[in-house]
Design a protein around this ligand. Structure first.
Ligand code: FBP
Length: 696
C-alpha cells in the first residue's frame, strides 16, 4: 500500500481506531443513571426531620446564626402541588456551580443531575460553571453550561469540564469579591462541590449571602472518604463522599494485578502507597478488595501500645511514655516481621499497602509536622513574603531552623523549635527533610502526596532485614519435599545432613537453616563438625544449592496510587450516586434551602431505598487548630478502629498474610466495569459499616 503519511491517517479504519471517540466513551456518554424514586414525581418538596440530633458548638452558633438551626431535610415527591408552590419551584434561576479541591470521579454527573433537573423545572434556568475552582468565583470567571457541554462529560471522570482549584475563600476581601460576583451574575444559588474545607466555605458563604437571598449548598466529594456524617446518636446520614468507590476500585484493580504478578514470579515485594491525606479509608477498602498480605492502617498504628516497654518500666517502678503510639522504627519492625514470617514458609514475595497519610500517625513525625506547620504559618503571618520563596533550597530552610534553635538556646525562652528538634531533624535523610518542609496547600494541609513515605519506611526495613539476616532470623524456608528431591538426586542421604543443617528437621513442612549457617564457609564447617565431610572437602553440590535457596534477596518495587485513581472514569455506583446528588441539590435550591449539603441516605443499601436528603452544615462544624489558630471546620472522619470494617480486616489479617504453607488468599476485584452486574458493586467498607448503625 504505497500511500503518503497524510493520506494514511485518512484511511477509514485508521481514522476509526485512532479517533478520540471510542466505544467506551460513547457508552459512557449515552448512559443515563437511574433516578431515586422520589424524582419520578413531577416536583419534589422538603420536610424538616427533627429526629436527628446534633451537638452544636457554641462558636458555630455565634458565627453562623442564620443557618445554625437548619434541620435535616427529607426530599419527597409531589405530583399536583398548589400554584404558589409551582411558581416558586419553576421560577427561572441562575445557578452557579464550582469544583473545589482535588478531582473525584463523578463530579461531572453532579453537574449533569443539576442541569437536567433545572432544565426540566424551567428551560430558562441557567447553570453557570465557575472556572478553576473558587478562584473562578473570586475573579468572576464563569461559563454558561449548555446541553452540548454537559452531554460531552456525562459519566466521565475528572473535573475537566470546568476544572478545579484549591483556593480558599477565607479572608474578608475574598469573601467580598465572591459576594460581588454572585450579585453581578444575578445568582439565585451557588453550589460548592468539595471536601471538608470546601463545605466549611459553603457554610460561611451561606451565612454571608443569606440577606442577599442567595442560597449556598454543598456537595460532599473527596476520594479520601473522610466526609462521612452521622448524627449525635450515630445514625448514618452520609456514609461516604463520592469518588471514594472509584478511586479505591481503581487502586484495588492495579494492586490485585501486582498480587498476581508477585505470586507468579515470586521474587518481589510490591510496596504500594495509596492516597488518603489523613484517613486510611482508601487503604482499608483496598485491603478488603484485594486481601494484600499486609495493609497498614494509620489509625490502628496510633493506638499501638508497646507492652514489652510498659512491662520493663513497671519492673523499674517508672513510666515509659514512649511506649504509647508507634514510632517509625517500630513500624519498620512490624513490616519486617511479616516479611520474615512469609520467607520462613518459602514466600519471599508479597504485597504491602501503605496509606499516604501514615506519617500523621507516627509519633515523632507527627510532632515534626505540627511544629513545622506552626513555624511556616508564623513566618507567613509576620512577613510580607512567604517562607518557601524566602528559603528556596533545603539548605536555606535548614539554616533558618538552625537559627531558631540557636535563638531558643541563647534566649532560654520557650520556642517551637529547639536544639533537640534540630538534632533529631538532622538525622533524617535529606529527601525526607525536604518532604516534611514541603509547601503546605491553601488550606494549610501538609501535602503527604509529596513525601516519599514508602521510601523512608522501606529504607529502615531494608536495614533491619540485613541485621535479621546476619542473625539468621531472615531466611527462606526450604520445602521438605524439595530438600529430599535435591539431596537424593545428588546421591546424598537427606536425613544425615538434615539434622546438621536445619533448626528443626522433624515434623516441619519448611526447613529453616540454623542461625549459625550464614555463608558457604559456615555451612561447610557445620557439615565437617557433624562428620559428614572431611575438613578440606568442598561443600557437596546439593547442599550448596539448598544453602543458596535459603538466602533471602529482598527485592522491592515501589508504586504510588493516587492521581491515577482520582482521574479514573467513575464506577456505576459513583455515576448513579453523583447524578442523584445533582438532582438533590436542585431540589434543595428549588425549595429554598441554604447552608445544607446534598446527600443520599441509605447509600450502603440497595438503590431502591436510597433517600435524597439535605444535611445542615452548620451543626457539623467544630473548633480545630488550623494555621496555629482555632478555626471552625467540619470534622474529618478517620477510620474508626471499632467499626465493623476495620474489625473484619483485623480478624482476617493473619489469613491474608498467609505466612503458612497454604495458598495466598488474594481476591480479584477486576477492573472498573460499566456493564453487567457491576451496578450492585459498592464499597465493601460501606456495606460492613452499615452493620454499626443504630438503625441497622
Ligand atoms: P481533596 O481532599 O481535595 O478531595 O483531595 C484529596 C487528595 O486527593 C489527597 O488524597 C491527596 O493527598 C491530595 O488530594 C493531593 O493533593 P494535590 O492535588 O494538591 O496534589
Amino acid at each position: 500500500m504505497a500511500t503518503t503519511d497524510a493520506s494514511l491517517v485518512n484511511h477509514p479504519l485508521i481514522r476509526d481506531v485512532t479517533s478520540n471517540v471510542n466505544q467506551e466513551l460513547l457508552d459512557r456518554r449515552a448512559y443515563r443513571p437511574a433516578a431515586c424514586s422520589v424524582f419520578s414525581h413531577d416536583y419534589t418538596a422538603l420536610e424538616d426531620i427533627d429526629t436527628y440530633r446534633f451537638e452544636i458548638d457554641g462558636e458555630s452558633r455565634r458565627q453562623l446564626p442564620k443557618i445554625i438551626d437548619n434541620k435535616v431535610q427529607q426530599v419527597y415527591g409531589v405530583d399536583a402541588p398548589e400554584e404558589a408552590f409551582k411558581a416558586t419551584y419553576e421560577k427561572a434561576r441562575n445557578i452557579g456551580i464550582v469544583f473545589s479541591g482535588g478531582p473525584a470521579p463523578g463530579g461531572h454527573n453532579v453537574i449533569a443531575g443539576l442541569f437536567d433537573a433545572a432544565k426540566t423545572a424551567n428551560p430558562d434556568n441557567r447553570i453557570l460553571g465557575f472556572l478553576l475552582g473558587p478562584d473562578g468565583i473570586i475573579e468572576n470567571e464563569a461559563v454558561e453550561l449548555t446541553q452540548e457541554i454537559v452531554d460531552t462529560y456525562r459519566n466521565l471522570g475528572g473535573f475537566t469540564m470546568i476544572k478545579t482549584g484549591r483556593t480558599k475563600i477565607d479572608t474578608p476581601v475574598k469573601m467580598a469579591l465572591s459576594r460581588k460576583t454572585c450579585l453581578d451574575l444575578g445568582l439565585d444559588a451557588l453550589v460548592i462541590v468539595g471536601g471538608d474545607d470546601s463545605n466549611t466555605n459553603a457554610a460561611f458563604l451561606a451565612q454571608e449571602l443569606y440577606d442577599d437571598g442567595i442560597q449556598v449548598l454543598g456537595v460532599p466529594k473527596t476520594i479520601d472518604g473522610d466526609i462521612q456524617v452521622r448524627d449525635a446518636d450515630g445514625n448514618i446520614l452520609c456514609a461516604m463522599s463520592f469518588g471514594f468507590h472509584t478511586a479505591a476500585r481503581s487502586f484495588a484493580a492495579a494492586i490485585a494485578n501486582l498480587c498476581t504478578d508477585s505470586s507468579s514470579d515470586v521474587k518481589y515485594w510490591h510496596i504500594c502507597k495509596v492516597m488518603g491525606r489523613v484517613a486510611s479509608h482508601l487503604a482499608l477498602e483496598v485491603a478488603l478488595q484485594t486481601h494484600a498480605n499486609l495493609t497498614l492502617i494509620g489509625e490502628d498504628l496510633a493506638d499501638y501500645v508497646d507492652a514489652r516497654r510498659i512491662e520493663q518500666a513497671e519492673t523499674a517502678a517508672s513510666v515509659d511514655y514512649t511506649a504509647y503510639g508507634m514510632t517509625l522504627r517500630h513500624l519498620s519492625r512490624v513490616i519486617c516481621d511479616a516479611i520474615v514470617r512469609r520467607a520462613a514458609v518459602g514466600k519471599n514475595y508479597g504485597v504491602i499497602v501503605i496509606p499516604e497519610g501514615v506519617l500523621e500517625f507516627i509519633n515523632e513525625i507527627q510532632v515534626f509536622i505540627v511544629k513545622l506547620n506552626t513555624i511556616i504559618a508564623d513566618y507567613n503571618r509576620t512577613h510580607d513574603t512567604d517562607f518557601h520563596s524566602d528559603f528556596f533550597s533545603l539548605d536555606e530552610k535548614l539554616e533558618y531552623l538552625r537559627r531558631l534553635a540557636r535563638r531558643s538556646r541563647e534566649d532560654s525562652t520557650f520556642s517551637v523549635w529547639n536544639t533537640r528538634d534540630d538534632d533529631l531533624f538532622n538525622d533524617i535523610p535529606a529527601f525526607f527533610q525536604e518532604g516534611l518542609l514541603t509547601e503546605r496547600d491553601a488550606h494549610c494541609n501538609f501535602q503527604f502526596s509529596q513525601v516519599e513515605t514508602e521510601k523512608v519506611l522501606m529504607g529502615l526495613v531494608r536495614d533491619y532485614l540485613g541485621i535479621l539476616q546476619e542473625q539468621g532470623e531472615y531466611t527462606v524456608g526450604i520445602a521438605k519435599d524439595y530438600y529430599f528431591k535435591t539431596m537424593e538426586q545428588g546421591g546424598l542421604d537427606p536425613d544425615q545432613s538434615g539434622e546438621a543443617l536445619f533448626r528443626k528437621y522433624h515434623g516441619e513442612d519448611f526447613l529453616l537453616m540454623k542461625p549459625t549457617i550464614f555463608s558457604i564457609k559456615t555451612c561447610n564447617q557445620c557439615l565437617v563438625q557433624a562428620g559428614l565431610i572431611g575438613k578440606n572437602e568442598p561443600l557437596p553440590e546439593p547442599v550448596d544449592k539448598i544453602f543458596h535457596k535459603s538466602l533471602p534477596k529482598f527485592k522491592t518495587q515501589i508504586h504510588f496510587y493516587g492521581y491515577d485513581g482520582r482521574g479514573a472514569d467513575p464506577t456505576q455506583f459513583d455515576c448513579n450516586y453523583t447524578y442523584n446528588l445533582g438532582l438533590t441539590v436542585f431540589s434543595l435550591i428549588a425549595n429554598g434551602a441554604t447552608g445544607h449539603m446534598a446527600a443520599i441516605k441509605n447509600l450502603e443499601h440497595d438503590f431502591s431505598i436510597w433517600e435524597p436528603i439535605g444535611i445542615p452544615i452548620g451543626p457539623l462544624m467544630h473548633l480545630e487548630e488550623r494555621k496555629g489558630k482555632l478555626a471552625l471546620v467540619i470534622e474529618r472522619s478517620v477510620v474508626d478502629c471499632n467499626s465493623t470494617a476495620f474489625r473484619v480486616s483485623k480478624a482476617l489479617r493473619e489469613k491474608w498474610l498467609a505466612a503458612n504453607a497454604g495458598e495466598d488468599q488474594y481476591r480479584r476485584p477486576g477492573p472498573i466495569r460499566f456493564a453487567g452486574k457491576s451496578e450492585e458493586d459498592r464499597p465493601i467498607t460501606l456495606m460492613l459499616n452499615a452493620l454499626d448503625s443504630p438503625e441497622a
